[in-house]
Design a protein around this ligand. Structure first.
Ligand SMILES: Cc1ncc(COP(=O)(O)O)c(C=O)c1O
Length: 387
């Protein structure tokens, strides 16, 4: 999407504004499919990365199933039109009531997170389950998005998994294994280690499974320097392993599909020169977009300006020093009122937005290659006091 389009969208819908490029989303789904060519597979879109109703509808139209982690995500999947058979249930701490609902509705399968969870399954209903394995593999990513180390709260280790398999109650049918080692993984080696140990486990236990769910985690190029997970390397190193395992593969991708397709357009409110630093304050904040403060995440930022280069911190207007989108960035000096673009915000962007400081959540629009369409209106003060 070019600058002119982004300016047009901001003019029509105001700022801050999330924009999603549909064509880019579709291209990225095709890229995943192409990478896995020759391996029977299915993509379940990770709702947590972006749960906009209209985008989820598109995901279904693009052929994705739903990876859901909460009762609200489940209800959202249903209202979007996903059938029970298109849903995979994830997450830890599932309650007895929730499990009852999933089982009654006959979801495709549930990824069991612990021994304790098995005891909460209703005894009078049957279910298809996969066991979430924690392989104790370092995903070499930010600690808060690493999920496959034994100190992380998710899944069970191989020993516990083995015990679970041999003690599963008769109403639970083991149909697969699940493993998600973390997010924003840009190197194939953690995937290789994981698949090797899963293959050993499957062979040792002599499991006859319908599928292996290998989670999500494919990393994107936040730094804009070519550091995205290489799909060529994935094809070269991982696909042969998947073929060797020889059963259908399920993926739960979020970030890779929608991250780079999202743009956050924001307006410059103030350019402040202190004796120590320059700050550009914009109308987005950590309430609009949390990743920088939550994960110390780097996102590329540009200002639509012809000014000379200046070294700045780009900050929001929430009362937190951490409310900073980028420190010591060299950008083109903008004027008050100019637009700034924060890139690659399609995943874990709006879905993590909040009302902190009573900020109003922004609007979201999609771009279909020709036109913009509003897919969530901007919040108003009335929305805040309605509850
Ligand atoms: C179990 C599980 N599956 C899939 C995902 C999606 O990961 P990503 O957006 O990195 O593809 C996550 C994200 O944390 C997850 O926890």
């Amino acid at each position: 999407m070019n600058e002119e389009m982004l300016v047009r969208a901001a003019k029509n819908f105001g700022t801050p504004l999330y924009i999603y490029d549909l064509k880019e989303i579709e291209n990225r789904i095709h890229k995943v499919q192409k990478t896995l060519e020759g391996v029977e597979h299915r993509i379940f879109f990770a709702f947590k990365s972006n749960s906009n109703f209209h985008l989820l509808k598109r995901m279904r139209a693009f052929g994705c199933g739903a990876d859901v982690v909460s009762m609200s995500e489940y209800k959202m999947a249903k209202s979007v039109g996903f059938t029970s058979d298109e849903m995979v249930i994830n997450g830890n701490g599932k309650t007895e009531d929730e499990l009852g609902i999933y089982l009654k509705d006959k979801v495709r399968y549930i990824n069991v997170d612990s021994m304790e969870e098995v005891e909460r399954f209703p005894k009078n209903l049957s279910a298809r389950v996969a066991i979430r394995i924690n392989p104790n593999v370092d995903a070499k990513t930010h600690p808060h998005i690493s999920t496959g180390l034994r100190e992380n709260k998710f899944g069970v280790d191989m020993k516990e998994a083995s015990k679970l398999i041999h003690t599963l109650p008769a109403n639970l049918k083991l149909v697969g294994l699940h493993c998600h080692i973390g997010s924003q993984i840009t190197d194939v080696s953690p995937f290789i280690d994981t698949l090797n140990s899963l293959k050993l486990f499957i062979d040792k236990e002599d499991l006859k499974l319908e599928f292996l769910n290998i989670g999500g985690g494919w990393g994107v190029d936040y730094l804009h320097n070519g550091t995205e997970l290489s799909t060529e390397k994935y094809r070269e190193k991982i696909v042969p392993l998947l073929k060797k395992i020889g059963i259908p593969i399920h993926l739960e991708l979020g970030r890779f599909i929608i991250g780079p397709a999202g743009y956050l357009v924001t307006k410059v409110l103030e350019i402040k020169h202190s004796s120590f630093k320059n700050f550009i304050a914009v109308d987005a904040s950590m309430s609009t977009f949390l990743r920088p403060i939550l994960y110390n995440a780097h996102h590329h930022i540009e200002f639509l300006s012809n000014g000379s280069k200046i070294l700045v911190d780009v900050v929001g207007r929430v009362c937190e020093s951490g409310d900073t989108f980028g420190k010591n960035r060299e950008v083109k000096t903008p004027k008050v009122g100019d637009l700034g673009i924060i890139y690659d915000v399609g995943a874990y962007g709006y879905s993590m937005a909040s009302n902190y400081n009573l900020s109003l959540r922004p609007a979201e629009v999609i771009f279909d290659g020709k036109d913009f369409k509003l897919i969530r209106r901007r919040e108003t003060f009335d929305d805040l006091i309605r509850l």
